[in-house]
Write a protein that binds this ligand. Structure first.
Ligand code: ACO
Length: 402
């Protein structure tokens, strides 16, 4: 609940709302969520329809510009993004300088932040042309950087982008093809990746998006704001959960715990163990994104000939959870992260790459939210208040007298 205090006389009343359970930070026209009914819409369009019929760049345009593009607008936007997919040559060395075991999210956040140093003409947050350029640069180059982070981790040579290919098609080629290989995309894989990116594209005022907005509220650049968002996303309570889910499933498969023992630990809150990929601040019913991913996981794994025992373990955990009082009373359902990792794994990504893939998908949402905030006349620098609980005034004591 909200604790109300009137300790600070200059503002009248201050509300204390840890975790912002009941505090709206803004008005927004971008994404609608009804957490009780499990509804998610981007700019009014149901997520199910967009996942079925749209493409990631079309959804990006929709989120950022507010309307679905005409065919001409979509062509121009796609073309512009694809023509910016090259990254500065120095990045190829820069990305190779991180330790092999370094987490890809740390590398991705650093690289996206560093982009700002190459594009001074894209930095002014109040210049429409600069913001449009920064938007295209971020969509285009984050894709290339994500595939380079994957390859650098494996000590594999970095491939140049091919602007003639589709956004997702070329991303998969740059990530998985051998140099000089005549690479043919598996259409099932491209379609699945496109769908996953759409499902992650925005989710209103979550932890990373609120971070992007609060950093931007100081008039920091879009690059700086989005880089902060990537760092916020990295935590296991947020985007990092997709990696944590896979590690949890693998531990169960290895026999560290049976499904039943593991669930007992979760319910007894032993060592803070949680069923990763379950629960959500806003959804108190099935996450509509998880429903879509679950529906497709089997088909994608089948198509790739990658039947995975982990999928059965995940289904087993879900079955127990959905009929168990602990989860039912707390309204804990699978969230988007519960099944996504199984698809990414089947595609050939290592678990450490799962959250960077989330970041790639969330990029248009962060950009759209940042742009909306910058144009909102109500925007002020984000600056929460506090209730001070420390010592009252006391005199300094010299070190020799302590
Ligand atoms: N496993 C077991 N118990 C859980 C879980 C879980 N995954 N999630 C919540 N609970 C329990 C809590 O222990 C708490 O129980 P209590 O009332 O007995 O104390 C109750 O449910 C409410 O949990 P809170 O942590 O207060 O809920 P909050 O809204 O703050 O947290 C969160 C939401 C962080 C997503 C949480 O459900 C969680 O940690 N889930 C696992 C991590 C995860 O999957 N994160 C991804 C979220 S989606 C996304 O960011 C893309």
């Amino acid at each position: 609940g909200i604790v109300v205090s009137s300790l600070l006389k200059n503002t009248g009343m201050v509300t204390v709302d840890p975790g912002f359970m009941n505090t709206a930070s803004c008005e927004s026209e971008i994404t609608y969520i009804d957490g009780d009914q499990g509804i998610l819409r981007y700019r009014g369009y149901p997520i199910e329809q967009l996942a079925d019929s749209s493409s990631f760049l079309e959804v990006s345009y929709l989120l950022i510009h507010g309307e679905l593009p005409t065919a001409t607008e979509l062509d121009a936007f796609t073309d512009r993004v694809n023509r910016h997919t090259l990254v500065p040559e120095a990045f190829r060395t820069f990305l190779g300088t991180f330790p092999r075991g370094g987490h890809p999210m740390a590398i991705l956040a650093s690289a996206v932040n560093a982009l700002a140093t190459y594009y001074p003409e894209a930095l002014d947050p109040h210049d429409d042309e600069a913001v449009e350029l920064a938007t295209v640069l971020l969509l285009a180059k984050t894709r290339t950087i994500t595939s380079y982070v994957h390859r650098a981790m494996k000590d594999e040579p970095l491939l140049y982008p091919d602007a003639a290919r589709g956004y997702v098609d070329d991303f998969l080629r740059m990530t998985f093809a051998r140099p000089y290989e005549e690479w043919q995309a598996n259409p099932t894989l491209v379609a699945a990746m496109d769908k996953l990116l759409i499902l992650h594209a925005d989710h209103e005022q979550n932890c990373s998006t609120s971070t992007v907005r609060i950093v931007g509220s100081s008039n920091a650049t879009l690059f700086a704001s989005v880089s902060a968002g990537i760092n916020a996303l990295s935590g296991p309570s947020h985007g990092g959960a997709n990696e944590a889910v896979l590690l949890m499933l693998e531990n169960i498969r290895k026999g560290d715990d049976s499904v039943e023992t593991f669930m007992k630990k979760v319910k007894n809150k032993e060592d803070g163990v949680r069923l990763m990929g379950f629960g959500h601040r806003v959804y108190k019913s099935y996450d509509p994104r998880a429903a879509i991913v679950k529906k497709h996981a089997d088909a994608v794994l089948d198509e790739l000939g990658a039947k995975d025992e982990l999928l059965d373990i995940a289904r087993g955990l879900e079955e127990i959870a959905l009929s168990d009082d602990y989860f039912v009373e707390r309204k804990l359902y699978p969230n988007v992260d519960f099944y996504t990792g199984l698809i990414y794994k089947a595609m050939g990504f290592s678990p450490a790459m799962f959250t960077p893939l989330f970041a790639l998908g969330r990029m248009p949402g962060w950009i759209a939210q940042w742009r909306e905030m910058m144009k909102d006349p109500q925007t002020k620098i984000g600056r929460p208040r506090q209730i001070y609980t420390g010592p009252t005034a006391r005199d300094f004591v010299a070190v020799e007298n302590r």
